[in-house]
Structure formats: C-alpha cells, structure tokens
Design a protein around this ligand. Structure first.
Ligand code: DAH
Length: 339
C-alpha cells in the first residue's frame, strides 16, 4: 500500500515538474505504457497471496487513474500559461512591418465609365444618375413606348410591382426625361449605369449589364451634331479618328433613329471582331422624338435634341477582348485580377 502511495507521490511530483507536452507524454508512457509501472504491478499480481490480489489490482488501477488525472490537469495548466504568455505579447515584435493589406483594382467597367465621364465632361456634358428601380412611366410611357410594344413584355422586363408600376429599368433612356424635367435647356448630359433584362444568358447576353445614355438638348440640333459628337467619342475610346456610317434603326423615342457603325479599329480587311465586315456596330441613336420632349416638359417647336445609347458592357468587351459578357458581373477573381 505504502508502495503505491509513494509511487503516486513520485508521479505527481514528476507531472508537476513537466514543462511541456513532450515531458507529459514521457511520464504517461512510463506509468501507463505497455512496459510501464502499472503494467509491472498488474503482472506481479499472480505471485501474490490470493487474499491480497484484489486489493493490489484496485491499487494499481488507482495509480493509473491518479497519474492520468494529474497529467490532464497539468496539460490544461500548460495551455493556459501559453495563452496568457501570448496575450501578454510574448513573441510579438512591434518593429516588424505590418502585413500588407491586399490591394484591389478598378473593375474594367468602372475604368471605361470614368474615362468616358472625363471625356464628356470636357465637352460640357453633365454626368447624371438615375434610379435602377424605375417607374414604368419613365421607362416606357414617357419614352413613347406604347402599351403593346414588345419591349414591355414580361420576357424582357423585371416587373417589381405592377400595381405601383415599378420595374428594374431595361435601359438608361429613362434618365433622358428625368434630365429634361430637372435641367434648364440647353444642356448636355450622359447617364452611365446598370440596366436589367429578363432573358436567358449566354456569352453575349446577361440579365444585368451597363449602358451609357447621352442626351443633348438645344435649338436646331441636327444629325450633324450627333455625328460630330460620336466622332469625338470614338477618338476618345480608340485614340484616333474613325469613319462612321448611319443605318436606319427604329426606336420609339427617336425620329429619325439610327444604328451608328464605326470602321473596325482592329483591322483593315475584316477580322473576327467585325465579323469580316470592317464595320462594328457601335450604338443606336437619333433625334429626340417630339413626344419625348413633350413628356419632359419641353416645347418641340422650340427645342430639339439628339440621344444615344452606348452599350458600355459591349464596349468594355471590345476594348479588352473579353469573349463572354458574364465575366463582367461574375465576380471571379481570376478574371478581375487581370485588370
Ligand atoms: N434604350 C435603347 C435600348 O436599350 C437604346 C437607345 C436607342 C438609346 C436609341 C437611345 C437611342 O438614346 O437614341 O435598346
């Protein structure tokens, strides 16, 4: 009995002196391992007088228990000590440089938008913003888009609240009428922003993309002004003069309406970007329809204007050679880190 007590004392003292996990493991092995002290005691039991065997077995197992419990609490003690040391700043070197914050970069859409804003601001255009959740009035009626126009189909538009006539704007053109209501003519304005269409997505269609609306209101505004402004736009984007051509195009809010093409900036004989035509479709545009001027509170007898709707997402793709529009809103860092 005293033997066991002495052994237990000795074990406790060893455990108390153990400085780390490794020392604890060694003690555990020495006492409870295959050839340890406890195993030795148990192995000796058959040599004892039968009347003593039971007590000896209990004592040996008690010793094992004692050792394991002592190790357990010492282990907690060591862990608490280590934590306290870390908390008090051990191992912290205040003279080391701070970890570098990771740096982001501007999204290609943001870059091109800012460039265009600077370009148009230098020509006296104001940069306007409009709501992405728009009233049906501005998105459709005020733009002379009649109730049965296919653009109003639920296939094309996210109707948020038909009762309240709220939609996710399908284009930036509603800012035209908002601008007429707010600004004193004559004025020039652009309105870049996000637009939404309810359609299945593929490499050249997404439900969310960017446009930039342009609007110039003045007296005697003609197609010549429109072409002049578009040539400046092209010089800003591609850094040189590009030939342009107009094809007739129908949009209810302009009359006449056009599709404006520019000479392909990437080739002379035709390439994959211009689909071998040497022309790229740049933007739809036209002279503001009198009904739209009236909706904006302007007298069509006095005021006239031109408008254009630049596909910003498309332009960004063209500029950087991006082959899938879905990359733009995808948030994939492997794509974004390239800019
Ligand atoms: N809002 C039209 C669309 O998203 C594009 C457009 C066409 C805008 C002609 C214009 C314009 O300002 O004059 O399809």
């Amino acid at each position: 009995m005293t033997d066991i007590q002495t052994l237990a004392e000795k074990a406790r003292a060893e455990v108390a002196a153990a400085a780390d996990e490794e020392a604890l493991k060694a003690i555990e092995r020495a006492y409870t391992g295959k050839d340890g002290v406890v195993a030795g005691l148990l192995a000796a039991i058959p040599t004892l007088d039968p009347s003593e065997r039971r007590a000896a077995g209990i004592a040996a197992n008690g010793l094992k228990q004692t050792v394991l419990e002592a190790i357990g609490s010492r282990r907690e003690e060591l862990a608490a000590g280590a934590l306290a040391a870390r908390r008090s700043g051990e191992g912290f070197d205040p003279t080391l440089p701070a970890p570098r914050p990771s740096r982001g970069s501007l999204h290609p859409l943001t870059r091109v938008t800012r460039e265009l804003e600077d370009l148009f601001a230098s020509m006296g255009y104001e940069v306007l913003d409009g709501p992405e959740v728009e009233l049906g009035h501005y998105n459709f009626e005020a733009l002379n888009i009649p109730a049965d126009h296919p653009a109003r189909d639920s296939q094309d538009t996210f109707f948020i609240d038909p009762e309240a006539h709220l939609v996710l704007r399908t284009h930036t053109s509603p800012v035209q009428v908002r601008a007429m209501e707010r600004l004193e003519p004559p004025f020039r304005a652009i309105a870049p922003g996000k637009v939404f269409r309810q359609e299945s997505t593929d490499a050249s269609h997404d439900h969310t993309f960017y446009q930039m609306e342009g609007l110039v209101i003045g007296e005697d505004i003609s197609v010549a002004h429109l072409i002049g402004a578009m040539k400046t736009l092209l010089r800003g984007i591609f850094g040189r003069e590009l030939e342009v051509r107009l094809r007739p195009g129908y949009f209810p809010f302009v009359e006449p309406g056009f599709e404006l093409d520019a000479r392909c900036p990437f080739c002379e004989e035709g390439c994959s970007v211009c689909k071998r035509t040497t022309w790229i479709e740049l933007l739809p545009c036209g002279l503001v329809h009198p009904a739209v001027l009236r909706a904006g509170g302007l007298d069509p007898e006095r005021w006239s204007g031109f408008a254009f709707g630049l596909g910003l997402s498309r332009l960004v793709m063209l500029r950087y050679g991006i082959d899938d529009v879905r990359h733009l809103m995808g948030g994939d860092l492997r794509f974004l880190e390239q800019f």
